[in-house]
Design a binder for this molecule. Sequence first.
Ligand SMILES: [Zn+2]
Length: 91
Amino acid sequence: MSCSVGTIQEHIDDDMVVTAYCGRFPDCMHREELDLDALKESLGSDFMIVGNDAFTRALRCAQCGHKGGSLIVSPRFRTDYHKRMVRNGVS
Ligand SMILES: [Zn+2]
């Protein structure tokens, strides 16, 4: 679920995927996988992004420009499954 709190490095070590969802859900269904390596570069490996209100409030939707979103942490295999769904046009 969405309560998997940890540092950026822990997410990378666990091969987790952090996906940001637009705060206007369900009006805007945009979601985007965060680039953990890039975030680690700019914020540091000990930075916590999940459960960090300042971070989620600063997220900006690339589709509608809404500021603020939510994060979902999931194992990578599940995200690969989602990508297959998207490629097949299911999503
Ligand atoms: Zn949006």
